[in-house]
Design a binder for this molecule. Structure first.
Ligand code: ACO
Length: 429
């Protein structure tokens, strides 16, 4: 019977090594036994961008990229999007099980209790330039929270962690809304704790002089579903940033600021913003074939297409496409939808995209919905960051409790100069 091991022959020395295989992986440090001499450091793996390296064990999110499967704690994303709500999903991600009625009520009450910001945070946000990008304001303000909650440094105290989790999930929509109000020169609107999570966020964004702002319930539900779809996605770029920063026992506000910065990039959470800019640039569906031709010739990318893990249709994109119809029934159809549909139609039958397994990802249609709901494009990555906070926190909590956690510290292959003597300035060319 085949043993659960890997036998490696080092052709440099003729020596053989046997390594255990656990969960479909070998331990990279085992390879260090492979040496050509006693002084040799030992064999390393070279894996820029972690293309084939598991950096942790995690029980939170499961993805099968070839089959287009996404599950949070075992529950299919489609079922959660249909039957659950964002705060319930956030609880599920963090605690591993769906809450019972009492647990859910306590959880919602705990989060609702923390929606306000310290007045000095408001003053801090006032200091941003009038045209500051809301994502920059959000990332900076998240980091600044660490100076207000110094107890957050007790990362190994589960009660302290619980407190920071409530604070961060509660405050991120308030900061996001303040960033938006700042950018349009409107007074900040304080949270209305009689509203739900998404409804309160919309109130803080759009309330003017009315006593109570109640958004259209279809749009509130649509935003809540979008929050569910964006809540976690295992070891993506920003989550890896969260885990990497946290591995030094940094407080979660500092780590979340770093994760938000990673999320902002156009190859990650900034892609939805880039999609809308791309659709505006294309301008009309008749120009789609010419645009696709340019992409294939290497001039730019088809934003909202392709994924490191999904090599099949992103299941979130499928749910979002359906959601778009419900939103457009309220807001009217986003005229850019025709361009997006034509792009998808042509790309899905074009050999270039088929061969590379490039399908629409979560960002391809989300921006169209956000725009129809009245969000400016600069707010798109912010809308991604709000729900992803629960995923980051779930991963942080899991990592902090994981006995195998160590400070993240990759190796490198040094390609620089060998040792050489210092050259005085007068002797330099
Ligand atoms: N348009 C055109 N060509 C593409 C695209 C695209 N969107 N994405 C990948 N390709 C091509 C690459 O040029 C490469 O071609 P080659 O083999 O001829 O060199 C091939 O497909 C493989 O692509 P990689 O860059 O190796 O794929 P990787 O896994 O590194 O990148 C990524 C994944 C970053 C998402 C990439 O597909 C991309 O840049 N997409 C557009 C940005 C985007 O939508 N990002 C959002 C991702 S979802 C999220 O973060 C929430």
């Amino acid at each position: 019977m085949a043993r659960n091991t890997l036998t490696v022959t080092d052709n440099r020395t003729g020596k053989q090594y046997e390594f255990p295989i656990t969960d479909g992986t070998i331990k990279a440090v085992d390879l260090r036994q492979i040496k050509v001499s006693e002084e040799d450091f030992g064999l390393m793996t070279y894996d820029p961008a972690f293309m084939n390296t598991a950096s942790c064990r995690s029980a939170i999110t499961f993805i099968d990229g070839d089959k287009g499967i996404l599950r949070y704690r075992g529950y299919p994303i489609e079922q959660l999007a249909e039957k659950s709500n964002y705060l319930e999903v956030a609880y599920l991600l963090i605690y591993g099980e769906l809450p019972n009625k009492k647990q859910f009520e306590d959880w919602v009450a705990g989060i609702t209790h923390h929606t306000m910001l310290h007045e000095n945070m408001k003053k801090l946000m006032d200091g941003f330039h009038y045209d500051a990008h809301p994502m920059g304001m959000l990332a900076a303000t998240l980091g600044a929270l660490s100076t207000f909650y110094t107890d957050a440094r007790n990362v190994h105290d589960p009660e302290s962690r619980r407190q920071q989790i409530l604070r961060l999930i509660a405050k991120v929509p308030t900061i996001a809304a303040f960033a938006y109000r700042h950018s349009v020169g409107r007074p900040y609107i304080y949270p209305d704790n009689s509203l739900g999570y998404a409804g309160n966020f919309m109130s803080m964004l759009w309330k003017m002089v009315e006593v109570r702002y109640e958004a259209n319930p279809t749009l509130v539900r649509a935003l809540d579903v979008l929050f569910i779809l964006h809540a976690d996605h295992e070891q993506n770029c920003s989550t890896n940033a969260m885990r990497s920063i946290t591995s030094s026992d940094a407080d979660p506000y500092s780590s979340a600021a770093g994760a938000a910065a990673a999320l902002w990039g156009p190859l990650h959470g900034g892609a939805n913003e880039a999609v809308l800019r791309m659709l505006a640039e294309i301008g009309h569906k008749d120009r789609v074939p010419a645009f696709i031709k340019e992409v294939k010739e290497g001039h730019g990318k088809l934003m909202g297409f392709g994924h490191r893990v999904y090599k099949n249709y992103d299941p979130r994109a499928r749910t979002i496409k359906k959601l778009a119809d419900e939103v457009f029934a309220v807001t009217g159809r986003n005229p850019k939808l025709d361009i997006a549909l034509e792009l998808e139609r042509i790309a899905l039958q074009d050999e270039y995209f088929v061969k590379r397994k490039l399908y629409p990802n979560v960002d391809f249609y989300s921006g169209l919905i956000y725009q129809a709901m009245g969000f400016p494009v600069e707010m798109f990555p912010v809308l991604f960051c709000i729900p992803r906070m629960s995923g980051w926190l779930a991963q942080w909590n899991e990592q902090t409790e994981d006995k195998e956690t160590k400070i993240a510290r990759p190796r490198q292959i040094y390609t620089g100069a060998v040792e050489r003597p210092f050259v005085e300035m007068s002797a330099r060319r």
